[in-house]
Design a protein around this ligand. Structure first.
Ligand code: FEO
Ligand code: CA
Ligand code: CA
Ligand code: CA
Length: 583
């Protein structure tokens, strides 16, 4: 157990300095190599990548998608595996040959849609080393895009709010996009989480009245970030208002079956899903912790009705459809040192806790489709943008990155114990302890790291907790994952100006924390204006995969390999001596 290891045995590498270089910098004794980049041929018959953006939408449908984010490795045997990799969004200036920030044709929209979704990539071990390579061809290689046919399941499937002219059943839906992070079930399927789905919808109908529910999901009709509705009516909310309700879910994919239909599980609620931290409670029920990444949104937990049955995978089919969704309330003293407190999980069940017709909920499906509204109704705590959650395999404590919140302290978002800083530019990592029972109704919590910058702020609340130092300072923790030994891997998606509040922090980076001593060391730094995200390991923990997402979004990178247009890429990390990563 991690508790038995002296802290100096957990972090076995030498921490590195911050970097502003346009390259990957990693701890001594480690290698970081590109496994696959946006646009590489994946499915049989795929065209070669064109570095000037001239690939067509049809080409992109068979190539690796853009902006790789959360991902999981699924082993087949010691030398063969399948990776499921999210393709969250696109950088239009690099996707389109014209270099503009908007689609200018239906072909552009189709290319963008084809670059979104999920890539299923078979990998093979290279010889007897810890290096792996993409397997081409492979029967497993597959693209799932914003146009792939999927099914709804769970309490809201078929509900009138999910019905459209193209799908009067409310059970068949096209595509997934905004696929941020991920989860993995004990029965070997992949969960992909739909996050910023609102930015794909809009309308030019000048008198269109946005509903209260659409506003609750931050729909801005006249200025969608991605202008799909200009060319594809499915995303025009005046013409197809319910299509908007069909996104913002968690989708289950079987990576081993290339003809399987992905399933959107409505029991897990609809919000801007970051990741899905899956664990099995001591009584065998499935538990999924989930963050809703928006300023002031909430942390959720789903508990299945039935028990996980590894021996009979078919018995697990209903576990993500029948269960209870809860939302967290964090209590405590905002002035306390250290910050800590208690909390409880409040059930989002129709007819209970004020989730009634008088308050605008007609059935359980409406509670799930408008989970944000239900969470506010029951008094959930407004958090500083919940990003990833990860569960320590040794003690069951769950950690969540609260990335930052420029609006904390403003009207409607007062300080509270778990979110204690006004204009929170650095973020914090909170953790909760349910006493070893992941189905518990209550918990205690504390702050693992209140991020800060001792270089810019030697004193005061923006210095951070004592485990933040001039040598490891970072902002905006986002990706999070535990390895088998209990090392906490922290990936950042923050400001990279290296000035002012961010002086000395350099580019986005990956660090490793010891959960017990609290020590944090910097392990790797990414190239210019990228985010580091997505983390998964081979079963022997001797190969780690991490994503470089949107390098050069500010027009300042040629990553990787002096590429004319920068490309999001999956990195493969190995140790020169073939040992366990981080040990
Ligand atoms: Fe896609 Fe909240 O990060
Ligand atoms: Ca991202
Ligand atoms: Ca994220
Ligand atoms: Ca982020």
């Amino acid at each position: 157990l991690a508790e038995d290891l002296p802290p100096n045995k957990l972090l076995g590498f030498k921490g590195i300095a911050a970097s502003t270089a346009d390259e990957v910098v990693i701890a001594p004794g480690y290698r970081a190599e590109v496994l696959i980049s946006w646009g590489e041929p994946l499915v049989e018959g795929a065209a070669a990548f064109d570095a000037q953006g001239n690939n067509s939408a049809a080409d992109q449908e068979k190539q690796f998608g853009d902006n790789n984010d959360g991902m999981s490795f699924f082993p087949i045997d010691d030398n063969h595996g399948v990776m499921a990799i999210n393709n969250e969004y696109v950088n239009e200036q690099y996707l389109f040959a014209h270099g503009g920030s908007k689609a200018t044709s239906l072909e552009d929209v189709r290319k963008s849609q084809a670059a979104h979704g999920v890539s299923i990539v078979a990998v093979k071990r290279a010889g007897d080393s810890q290096r792996w390579a993409v397997e081409r061809p492979s029967r497993y290689n597959r693209r799932i895009t914003a146009n792939t046919e999927m099914q709804f399941s769970g309490p809201a499937a078929g509900h009138p709010l999910l019905q459209t002219a193209a799908d009067p059943t409310g059970r068949k839906v096209l595509g997934t996009f905004g696929n941020c992070a991920n989860g993995k079930t004990p029965w070997g399927t992949y969960l992909t989480c739909e996050e910023n789905f609102d930015t794909y919808f809009g309308t030019h109908q000048a008198d269109y009245q946005t509903t209260a529910e659409q506003k609750r999901y931050t729909l801005k009709v006249s200025e969608p970030e991605r202008n799909w509705p200009d060319y594809d009516d499915r995303f025009d909310v005046a013409k197809n208002p319910n299509e908007f309700n069909r996104h913002g879910w968690i989708v289950e994919i079987d990576p081993m079956n290339p003809t399987s239909t992905p399933i959107k599980h409505t029991a897990l609620g609809r919000f801007k899903h970051e990741n899905a931290a899956v664990t099995v409670a001591k009584d065998g029920r499935l538990v999924v912790y989930m963050g809703d990444d928006e300023r002031g949104e909430h942390i959720y937990k789903y508990v299945s009705k039935g028990l996980v049955d590894i021996a009979n995978p078919a018995n697990n089919r209903s576990l993500l459809d029948e269960g209870t969704l809860y939302v967290a309330q964090f209590d405590g003293d905002a002035g306390g040192t250290p910050l800590k407190g208690t909390g409880r999980w409040i059930a989002l069940e129709f007819g209970k806790n004020g989730l009634t017709p008088e308050n605008g909920f007609r059935d359980e499906a409406e509670v799930l489709i408008f989970a944000r509204k239900a969470a506010a109704q029951v008094g959930a705590t407004r958090m500083d943008r919940p990003e990833w959650i990860a569960v320590n395999p040794h003690d069951g404590r769950a950690y969540c990155t609260l990335t930052n919140n420029s609006k904390r302290g403003e009207e409607g978002m007062p300080l509270n114990a778990a979110n204690p800083r006004p204009n929170n530019v650095y973020g914090q990592i909170i953790r909760w302890d349910e006493g070893g029972d992941a189905t518990a109704a209550s918990f205690t919590w504390d702050i693992y790291a209140l991020c800060g910058n001792p270089i810019a702020h030697p004193e005061g609340v923006n210095r951070g907790t004592p485990n933040i130092t001039a040598d490891n300072t970072f902002n905006s923790p986002d990706g999070l994952g535990f390895d088998k030994a209990g090392r906490l891997w922290i990936l950042t998606d923050g400001k990279y100006s290296n000035k002012g509040d961010y002086a000395g922090q350099g580019n986005n980076q990956m660090l490793v924390g010891d959960p017990l001593s609290g020590e944090i060391r910097r392990f790797m730094v990414g190239p210019k204006s990228c985010e580091l995200t997505g983390i998964t390991f081979t079963p022997d923990y001797k190969t780690m995969f991490v994503n470089v997402q949107h390098p050069g979004e500010e027009g300042d990178s040629h990553f990787p390999n002096n590429s004319p247009r920068p490309r999001s890429s999956v990195l493969m990390i190995t140790r020169e001596d073939g040992g366990v990563i981080g040990a």
